[in-house]
Design a binder for this molecule. Sequence first.
Ligand code: NAD
Length: 263
Amino acid sequence: MNLGLEGKVALVAAASRGLGRAIATELALEGALVSMCARDAASLERAQRDIEARTGRQPLAITADVSRAEDVARFVDATLAQFGRVDVLVTNAGGPPAGVFESHGADAWESAFRLTLASAVELVRRVLPGMKERKWGRIVNVTSIAVKQPVDYLILSNSLRAAVTGFARTLATEVAPFGITVNNVLPGYTRTERIDALAMARSSGEGITKQAAFADWERQIPAGRLGEPDELAALTAFLASERAAYITAQSIAVDGGWIRSLY
Ligand code: NAD
């Protein structure tokens, strides 16, 4: 299938490792001109080199913290200076810290808001005018299975990702007449550093080993294994494609069947 991504400009947030890096790689493999960011310059450069080695295309890499509006503006401006436009926006960030309700003070809620909801809103604010002008755009938000079935020990993530979903659903209606789609991809338990942190939280919360936490997840997942980052990236590339023009306002999980709800 030709996804029609050759020459499209794709901006992928938080892409020095994990799901963001896998998505940036997949889009570059499909011929997109990729711009990506992360907070740490050294790991971002490593990811940039790795993506160039795998795809033959060097992504633009900008050091930026997506929870800061001024960094988002700088990231988007640098992308526009280099490529002239943004066709595909993938919003992503690190996950808010794990923990039960009593473990998070007001500051943690404020930070989670900036990291998870405000980052997506600011990225959209910056790229939407150009997409509307050109009457073409793809916005894909990396959220979580938590929007359909909340995950234990992730009260911050469970709460803020619901907000992103409400934002995306409303935006999808507003921008559909401009040829812009807005969808969410929902990673299930996927092998990245984030899942290690969650295994640690379960380990201290339940007094079990990290290995026991992984084994328990594998039991809960009908496919019997954790996901791989490139499995989420494949769906993201499809939703970013020309072929997905009539798919909008959807939240699609890549979770090996973990979510038990009908929708
Ligand atoms: P990860 O921790 O492995 O990687 C996160 C990436 O985001 C890194 O490149 C990091 O440098 C970057 N980053 C973090 N905070 C940033 C910030 N403020 N500004 C810019 N870059 C930042 O996480 P992951 O597993 O790739 O997950 C990506 C997202 O998907 C997270 O929000 C996570 O909570 C969510 N998620 C992951 C899983 C999973 O099983 N891995 C499941 C559900 C949801």
